[in-house]
Ligand binder design. Structure first.
Ligand SMILES: C[S@@+](CC[C@H](N)C(=O)[O-])C[C@H]1O[C@@H](n2cnc3c(N)ncnc32)[C@H](O)[C@@H]1O
Length: 302
């Protein structure tokens, strides 16, 4: 039986999962919020960027207190990132910034403060409910230099060389076509422009039985690829000075019963374990220690 998941299934699952989260944020603002990076389902939450218990909202673990001080809880509580790409972006007044997979908009609002009224921030997201949530948040903040556009990062609805800086926080792992994402990012950046990414990668590989799980895709696990492959894709798109600025390990929530792999039959699991052991030297249950949150900075040649 062919148990590979298709790109269409992944896109649909991601849009459904994040649509549900956005609706919950809009309809039940008082309800307990996600407490880790991307945790779109209640059954499978995922990796959290710290090993500490995840009772605090994600934003306070990712951003400095002073960065968050003038954002309302309605914005900070919609943070679903796994890092802080702005920490390496060095944004300057007047720059045009594009956020790939902007979600509720937290990074866009922080960027908008840094680029000021002369600058502009565009948040792009493929989930209509997330665009709705982000626009509500922008309205509440009264920010006029931020806009949110519906679209896919594999086919960015912007002209060539129209952006100074691209940021993205825990999104590219969700794409089944990462080459297209980096190709498009390169196209829309002006020469000399930079891309600043926080994302989930793997040191090595994941078992096929995890890769096949759609719930683990939407939780930012199954789409995570080996770090060196990820960096090679960025270089292949044309970027130079590709640098990993930071890495954080031990981010997978260990309270989750990840061993209950669900989709694979018993014999498939045995085969999977054998293959995984052969090429990674790890047992099936050890993969989680290889998942990392990293921050990357790269430049389009001037
Ligand atoms: C884990 S959330 C991160 C949201 C935001 N960056 C943050 O830090 O709070 C992932 C977001 O990426 C969006 N997304 C996933 N795949 C996408 C794609 N191919 N194109 C555009 N947006 C996408 C989802 O709709 C969701 O809003």
């Amino acid at each position: 039986m062919d148990q590979e998941v298709t790109s269409e299934q992944i896109k649909e699952a991601v849009r459904d999962a994040y649509g549900q989260i956005a609706r919950r944020f809009i309809e039940e603002p008082q309800a307990p919020k996600q407490s880790c990076c991307c945790c779109p389902s209640t059954e499978v939450s995922c990796c959290s960027p710290s090993t500490a218990p995840t009772a605090q909202p994600a934003a306070s673990r990712l951003y400095a207190a002073e960065e968050l001080s003038d954002l309302p809880e309605s914005v900070t509580e919609t943070s679903l990132g796994c890092g802080n790409p702005l920490a390496v972006a060095g944004l300057r007044s007047g720059e045009v910034v594009l956020d790939l997979g902007s979600g509720g908009g937290i990074d866009c609002f922080l960027a908008a403060k840094k680029v000021g009224p002369e600058g502009r921030v565009i948040g792009l997201d493929m989930t209509p409910e997330m665009i709705d949530l982000a626009r509500r948040n922008a309205q509440e903040l009264g920010m006029t230099n931020v806009e949110f556009r519906f679209g896919q990062m594999e086919d960015i609805p912007l002209p060539d060389e129209s952006v100074d800086v691209i940021i993205s926080n825990c999104v590219i792992n969700l794409s089944p076509d990462k080459d297209a994402v980096f190709r498009e990012a390169y196209r829309v950046l002006r020469p000399g422009g930079r891309i600043c990414i926080s994302d989930i990668v793997v040191d090595g590989d994941l078992p096929q039985s995890i890769r096949r799980r759609l719930d683990a895709w939407t939780a930012c696990i199954s789409g995570a690829i080996d770090e060196s492959v990820y960096l090679a894709k960025i270089r292949a798109a044309g970027f130079e000075r590709v640098e990993v600025v930071s890495r954080q390990r031990n981010i997978v929530d260990e309270s989750i019963e990840w061993d209950e792999l669900g989709t694979a039959g018993e014999s498939d699991e045995d085969q999977d374990a054998e293959q995984y052991q052969a090429h990674s030297g790890l047992g099936l249950s050890d993969w989680a220690s290889r998942v990392m949150s990293i921050k990357i900075l790269a430049y389009k040649p001037a």
